[in-house]
Design a protein around this ligand. Structure first.
Ligand SMILES: [Zn+2]
Length: 408
């Protein structure tokens, strides 16, 4: 049984980062490996980084987050598998799928002069501001042999041309996909790439882009492009890395803050809820958009170390003081117990609940955009109540959010 389970677990790893359940088997090498880099010596740290931070911490020569150490135990995986999913029967007949805009409506992506932001599915976003084009975590097809798409990629990926920058948050297969990187690298030979420490070798192999085009970043490091007009900062998340069996946390995971022409976008990669969101507010007092994962959260007792529920993601956006939240990581890949479109349905419900009786909740569903909601939150030491407002935008695949919702 153990060996059958181990094989199943290995498929789990192939299936996704969310389900990755294979356990490192030692893999001792005869030679002592050289220590992993703790930062990129060519890049500065962002102003306001934590006191004494000189680079990422290592434990047993793996990247380590002491606040949220890697915590998937074999016992917990067995508990999860044994319990079965309460959604299993429903998912077999569930036909709910994400809405996609028409081909005509999506034509803006191929027009270099048209700025916009679009959700292309899971963690793939296309962002063009001031003519500068960015693609995040591209996955155009399935995420692996066993993780199939539930929503088609909304355009021909060959139309993603003239990209300036590619962001790859971490090495899980639903974020770093070999075939997609191969295609986007071939079609965009001059593109720059930002990613976490030690991910560059893989990305170089997949994209065939030169090493000089790929910049590895440690947490709190900042990279200026276009003479400072564009700034990219890599920040901590509560997550982990692994593509194979023995490479757990041998590459770094994280989130990006992108600054272009004074606009600030947070792209969260994958993360459980944690104090790092409040820290973002200190480092970046203005966040225009918080792009945050809301899926792969069931069962929460098991998933919450690495992914956020819709309610936790909403809280994260509030902690950051973001003006707007755009959800991601739902509707495309079935990575956990919940049905693929449940996260977005729950986000709508949770938003209505926290904002109270629907007055400030989602009242404009026909346009897939919420009205502003007021959220109350008590400050730490005083009984004063801090009120923050946030707007949640629920995009259709391929929609130009700048045009549709007049944001930024
Ligand atoms: Zn992941």
């Amino acid at each position: 049984m153990e060996s059958i389970f181990a094989i199943g677990s290995m498929l789990g790893t192939l299936k996704s980062g969310a389900l990755a359940v294979v356990f490192a088997v030692g893999g001792k090498s005869l030679r002592k490996p050289s220590p992993l880099p703790t930062h990129n010596p060519k890049l500065p740290f962002v102003a306001g980084k934590p006191n004494g931070w000189e680079g990422n911490l290592l434990k047993d020569n793996r990247y380590h987050n002491p606040e949220y150490p890697f915590a998937i135990s074999f016992k917990d995986v067995r508990k999860w598998k044994k319990a079965g999913s309460p959604y299993a029967k429903f998912k077999k007949t569930d036909t709910t799928r994400l809405p996609v805009v028409s081909k005509e409506e999506m034509a803006w992506i191929t027009q270099d002069s048209c700025d916009g932001i679009a959700y292309l599915g899971h963690a793939t976003f296309f962002i063009r501001l001031g003519g500068y084009s960015i693609l995040t975590d591209p996955v155009f097809g399935n995420a692996s042999y066993v993780v199939k798409r539930f929503a088609d990629f909304p355009l021909d990926p060959n139309h993603l041309l003239n990209l300036d920058l590619l962001l790859v948050s971490h090495d899980h297969r639903d974020h770093m996909d070999q075939q997609s990187l191969k295609l986007v690298g071939k079609n965009n030979p001059k593109m720059q790439v930002a990613t976490g420490l030690k991910n560059g070798h893989l990305i170089h192999g997949f994209t065939k882009l030169g090493h000089a085009q790929i910049t590895e970043m440690g947490w709190y490091q900042q990279w200026e492009l276009e003479g400072g007009r564009v700034k990219v900062t890599y920040l901590p998340t509560r997550h982990w890395c692994r593509r194979w069996i023995t490479d757990t946390n041998k590459r770094l995971w994280g989130a990006f803050v992108i600054e272009i022409d004074g606009k600030v976008i947070y792209f969260g990669g994958d993360s459980g809820y944690g104090k790092h969101y409040a820290e973002v507010a200190k480092l970046f007092p203005r966040i225009d958009y918080a792009i945050l994962g809301i899926g792969a959260y069931q069962p929460e007792w098991f998933m919450e170390n690495n992914h956020s529920s819709p309610a936790k993601a909403l809280q994260s956006a509030l902690d950051m003081g973001a003006s707007m939240m755009i959800p991601m990581h739902y509707g495309v890949f079935d990575l956990s117990d919940e049905p693929v479109c449940e996260p977005i349905e729950r986000l709508e419900k949770d938003f209505s609940q926290v904002t109270g009786n629907g007055v400030n909740g989602i009242s404009n569903v026909s346009e897939n955009v919420t009205t502003a909601g007021l959220i109350s939150e008590e400050s730490e030491n005083q009984a004063t109540v801090v009120r923050r407002s946030i707007r949640v935008i629920i995009p259709r695949l391929g929609e130009n959010l700048l045009k549709a919702h007049r944001v930024l």
